[in-house]
Design a protein around this ligand. Sequence first.
Ligand code: IPD
Length: 313
Amino acid sequence: ADVNLQEIHDTLLSIAFEAGRMIMAANPNDISTGTKLNFMLTDIARAPSPAVDIVTETDQAVEKMVSTRLRAAYPAYEFVGEETYVAGVTKITDAPTFIVDPIDGTTNFIHGFPNACISLGFAVARRPAVGVVYNPFQDLLFTGVRGEGAYMQRNAALAAAGKLEAERRRLPLFPGGAPALGDLSTALVAVEWGSSRDGPNFDVKAEVFRRLAASKEAGGSMCHSLRCLGSAALNLCAVAAGQVDCYWEGGCYAWDVCAGWAILAEAGGVMADGNPGGWEPAVDARTYLAVRGAAALEQQRALVEEFWRVIGD
Ligand code: IPD
């Protein structure tokens, strides 16, 4: 009942910076200079082969640090993390729950592509209430606390260490409020291949991408273009910021979306969840569509409807 969201945000922030130091110390760029980064392909129950779900030792070490710190600070709250999730066993309940992805964008991380983050979410009654998403490669921070707004900060760790002043900007990044949201033909759309590309998964994704990009004559929406940032959390933050208009992915788990969802909601965006089962892992397709803040709610609704129409859902 008396959950202090601001205090939770502050704790998550300090954990995010510590995780950022761990991620940078792992120095994935050393792969190209011959140092072997230890990673393995996992095929645990939730990712049947052929899958490209990659886990590194850093993912596991960061999750351990995060869960140790959170369990010490908030022993009464639940913890769900990507690396310790067990399909069919781990449940997300109505209890206050930390929902954590230690490295979101692991594929980017192992390639040294500087778009990976730690994604720290907190949900109450299964609704995202606090989100902290931190990309240590760019020292870029996104935060959201229910009722308090969402923010982006560049040079975030440097500023926290008192090394420079860094402006904290409220999301979305539109100076005069969110502009009108048109139809898909005027949209920049984020999508992801994700890790499941077996059989129908591949065909569904390829067909969705084709319909979004194709000309209207070819049965598409002719959107401006497609983007894959390689991290669900950073895609959601880009929608929250208004840098892309919407983001669609099939196959996300709670830890992929919890933190970004809290940020998105505080930035006036909406999450249209295509799942009857909500974000419970292992329930169904776990399909998510995030739409940026707009001048009017009807515009968001219209885009969501057009999206489902175009992709045939
Ligand atoms: C993945 C990334 C990727 C998305 C996948 C996620 P991970 O998370 O967010 O962009 O397409 O659905 O599982 O494995 O890097 O933590």
